[in-house]
Write a protein that binds this ligand. Sequence first.
Ligand SMILES: [Zn+2]
Length: 118
Amino acid sequence: MGIDLHDILCPLCSNQSEDVEHTFLKCSWAESLWTRISQWWNIPTPNFESILGIFEWLDKCRETELTKEIMKTTIIANINLIWDHRNGVIFDKKEISIDLAFVCLQEQVAFWIDVTSA
Ligand SMILES: [Zn+2]
């Protein structure tokens, strides 16, 4: 009896073992979303190595506090979205397209801006 390789492989791509960095940053689905975000923000896609690295990068960004708050909200919403998508694929066999995911993300961020600026 050994470890069944399929149990540790990423359920989305089956290419790599599933760990935090792979799931949230390196898996092609997640990577595509980060790329969309950087295009939206009009910045080069940063090459994040860890979740902590994202927030360290954000800290060093030369942006206004408000912009950074919006960026932080987007990042957190994206991490949440990636996790929801992963669980949807595993438990409900439901995959959503990057296009749809990105629209959801933008809606969440717009909603947050609305709520906090009221
Ligand atoms: Zn993967």
